[in-house]
Design a protein around this ligand. Structure first.
Ligand code: A2P
Length: 337
């Protein structure tokens, strides 16, 4: 079996190689593809080295599966080309997520949305994945009516350039940072060190942003319920380990708080970390490089019936991207065995 990783030189691409290695895939099964700039370079997968090839070369090798993380325009251009040669594509970009005929999949929740004839499968946005995983069992038992979510998103979600910007700014004194000389490569319009941005992605006409709209559209598609109301605010924070989310979830049915906690603790892919007296709650530094979604600060909202407050943290490059994609791959492989 051959698996192409398109965007293998990127932050998510590197994480995909790591997760594939951890899950027992061998380096000789993997084709690392990236832009023409990177062709001929070598990159690591475990202790093995992979030579980077062009996307055209990867298509010519007719891999069984391709995991894409190279941006939406690359996906739009090349995912159908892989599909034509019989490859099943798992795409981490936003290119196909809203297409009605393309499944948007979190394996713990809706793997059954994938038909045997599907050749392109969309991986959801990182902040949506961790939120829906955290809420999945609660939704099954109590029925989600409305979610109000504020995110605190890691700069790693923006890619290598953002990581370099933060690392450079950490060396600057505050006066230089505030003067913002822009004499170094910047992924963002403003400095991110000692700062945060109260938005993510591009602004839409209604004042919300593309990252916020993803939380609305993708949550409804994954839970196959267009009636779920979602109100989102995305913030970008100078954090490396993962995304954090303050989630306020209102349900159709009343719940018992202890039962809700037990349901969260037994939700597939979730670790409950909720012991404030021991200073135990989810934090991005400790979610870093882990595959699970960490949930804590579980409280009843006293201002409204049937409503719960949660704090949800996950490594956005792992469960928010690479891990989810590799889990889809593993389930597809299992179907053929
Ligand atoms: P390259 O490193 O050759 O530019 P990140 O989001 O961390 O910046 O990573 C983006 C990934 O997408 C990189 O692997 C990058 O390759 C890849 N990529 C960007 N544009 C293209 C393209 N036109 N064709 C193939 N891969 C691309």
């Amino acid at each position: 079996m051959k698996i192409a990783v398109v965007g293998a030189t990127g932050l998510v691409g590197g994480e995909i190689l790591t997760v594939l290695h951890e899950q027992g895939f061998a380096a000789h099964q993997v084709i690392a593809a990236a832009s023409e700039r990177s062709v001929g370079k070598t990159i690591n997968m475990g202790s093995a080295q992979l030579k980077v090839v062009s996307v055209e070369e990867a298509i010519a090798l007719h891999p069984d599966y391709a995991i894409f993380s190279a941006g939406a325009s690359t996906s739009r251009q090349y995912a159908p080309r892989f599909a034509e040669v019989g490859t099943t594509v798992i795409d981490n970009s936003s290119a196909w997520r809203k297409e009605p005929n393309i499944p948007l999949v979190v394996p713990e929740i809706n793997m059954d949305a994938v038909k045997s004839t599907d050749r392109i499968i969309a991986n959801p946005n990182c902040s949506t994945i961790q939120m829906v995983v955290a809420l999945a069992e609660l939704h099954r038992h109590y029925g989600l009516r409305r979610i109000v979510v504020a995110t605190y998103q890691s700069i790693t979600g923006t890619g290598f350039k953002a990581k370099c910007q933060l690392q450079h700014e950490e060396q600057l004194d505050d006066a230089t940072l505030i003067a913002n000389p822009k004499d170094y490569p910047m992924a963002y319009q403003h400095p991110i060190h000692h700062n945060l941005f109260p938005h993510g992605g591009d602004f839409l006409d209604d004042g919300y942003t593309t990252e916020e709209q993803k939380l609305v559209d993708e949550t409804r598609k994954i839970f196959a319920d267009q009636s779920i109301l979602v109100s989102a605010t995305v913030a970008r924070v100078p954090v490396m380990g993962g995304h954090s989310e303050a989630v306020n979830a209102e349900f159709h049915h009343e719940f018992d708080l202890d039962e809700a906690r037990a349901l969260i603790a037994h939700t597939p892919g979730v670790v409950l970390q909720d012991n404030p007296s021991q200073a135990l709650y989810p934090m991005p530094l400790y979610a870093w490089h882990h595959d699970e979604v960490f949930v804590g600060r579980v409280r009843r909202d006293p201002t409204q019936p049937r409503t719960l407050n949660l704090w949800v943290v996950a490594d956005n490059l792992r469960k928010g991207a690479a891990t989810n994609a590799v889990q889809i791959l593993q389930q597809l492989i299992a179907r053929h065995q």
